[in-house]
Design a protein around this ligand. Structure first.
Ligand code: COA
Length: 431
């Protein structure tokens, strides 16, 4: 079900996230599961919902630990819920929380569910690091050895290269191209200048800094005590740079193409730890329980593009479908939340939304048109706030609902690019 017209409306009751922390900083001692449990427990407390009302929990993650391969179910075992709450984990790269939300929403629209928690988490501080193939084979052989002599013999056969661990790369398995290299390629193909990228990054930091100090972001953040001594509580995202300037951004060296490149640590999203979740209900259940929804899911669409082409451009193909399913046009959009993997990707997406050639590829009669930057990412985006892969989708949905209310608008669009050349777009309505 991707069109909700004619099915029960899916209400977004509330959304919450941890502060987002740059990897290796405040949350380096916490697992993605710790972060997820915190945000879901706090969401339950703040909404004062009886856990027995929840009938499914869906969770997104990109790099799950093999030690807890279904984190959704581990979170569902929080004391807030009965022990028989079914829960499953989904993956759609950086749109994994969006997939969790639409999985849950589909179940509600189908009549199989009335109340769900959906979200996602990621710890880039604690990515699973694997043994080499040689070491893995040897460990299995050692565990099967019958004698001490056999074991010693096997261990003696280890070579230095067997000790080299395998770290997951942020790269496409199909092309070997990293996300940053893809962003570089998109900048070159679409003529996105370094200056334009830095200006977008600066805007992201300024908007996020303002939204942090005026409290707009605080309403979506569940502060989190920092281990190991828990004496400090992280209240806000720790990557936002209120003092950022164009000059400082311009001075940063390109990272992914050191000679001719334009993508830097300043105009890319940082590696981040965090979790985010939303509470969804069937509209009549929300009314019966006395909740005032912050938004409703009107429609959504996913699309994909050859990863060897423009890896992060698929939202441009998904948006016309989502708008058509919602029965509205881009002119009806009051606010837009675009996930900022890289400034080069946001600016390429905006160019694509305005292009007839991309509209033709999407099978749409006309492009979305030039989207007014004033309606986009009012409270900053992933460049400043951070991007814990599995969590971002739930952050942008929550932010979109709050932005709609502040703008006193009716329709919002959420756009998320994802690895594998995928794109997700959701249309949210306010009332
Ligand atoms: C780009 C990337 C490699 C940079 O990693 P990093 O070098 O650890 O980044 P840092 O935060 O240490 O920043 C590097 C430098 O830039 C500076 N910097 C970063 N942002 C800045 C800003 N807005 N203004 C001024 N300086 C800035 C930092 O202060 C740091 O300077 P220092 O070396 O003097 O301390 C990493 O963030 C990355 O891989 N991002 C992309 C992640 C990705 O692919 N995500 C998937 C998207 S879907």
């Amino acid at each position: 079900m991707t069109s909700y017209r004619g099915t029960p409306r899916v209400a977004i009751i509330a959304g919450l996230r941890t502060p987002f922390a740059k990897a290796g900083t405040a949350f380096k001692g916490l697992t993605a599961l710790d972060l997820g449990r915190h945000v879901v427990a706090e969401l339950m407390q703040r909404t004062a919902l009886d856990g027995r009302e929840v009938d499914q929990l869906v969770w997104g993650t990109v790099l799950p630990t093999p030690l807890a391969p279904n984190p959704a179910r581990e979170i569902a075992l929080l004391p807030h819920f009965p022990r028989d709450l079914p829960a499953h984990t989904v993956g759609r790269a950086c749109a994994s929380a969006n997939q969790a939300i639409t999985d849950a929403a589909d179940q509600i629209a189908l009549g199989h569910s009335v109340c769900a928690i959906a979200g996602g988490a990621e710890s880039l501080s604690q990515v699973p690091i694997l043994h080499s193939r040689g070491m893995s084979d040897l460990l299995i052989a050692v565990s099967k050895a019958r004698t001490v002599a056999q074991r010693v013999g096997l261990i003696g056969s280890l070579r230095p290269r067997d000790f080299v661990p395998v770290t997951p790369a942020i790269a496409e398995p199909s092309t070997g191209e990293s996300m940053g290299q893809s962003a570089e390629k998109m900048a070159k193909l679409n003529g996105i200048t370094r200056e334009a990228q830095d200006a977008w990054a600066l805007r992201s930091h300024r908007n996020a800094a303002t939204a942090t100090s005026d409290g707009h972001l605080a309403q979506e953040i569940a502060p989190l005590p920092v281990p190991p001594d828990y004496a400090q509580v992280l209240l806000t995202d720790n990557g936002v740079r209120a003092e950022s300037t164009l000059e400082a951004l311009a001075a940063l060296p390109p990272v992914f193409d050191k000679r001719y490149g334009s993508v830097t640590a300043g105009n890319a999203s940082p590696l981040t730890d965090g979790a985010a979740a939303v509470l969804l209900m069937r509209e009549d259940t929300a009314r019966a329980l006395g909740y005032a929804p912050i938004g409703y899911i009107r429609a959504y669409a996913n699309a994909a593009i050859d990863p060897a082409e423009q890896l992060l451009q698929a939202p441009v193909l998904a948006a016309p479908k989502a708008l058509e399913r919602a029965g509205i046009t881009a002119r009806d959009l009051d606010v837009i939340e675009i996930h900022e993997a890289f400034a080069a990707q946001v600016l390429s997406n905006l160019q694509g939304f305005a292009s007839q050639a991309w509209a033709d590829r999407a099978g749409a009669a006309t492009p979305l048109g030039e989207l007014d930057p004033e309606r986009i990412n009012h409270t900053g985006g992933s460049i400043a706030i951070g991007h814990p892969f599995g969590a971002t989708g739930a952050r942008v949905v929550t932010t979109c609902c709050h932005a709609l209310a502040r703008a006193d608008g009716q329709f919002g669009m959420v756009s998320v690019c994802a690895a594998g050349g995928m794109g997700h777009v959701m249309i949210i309505e306010r009332a």
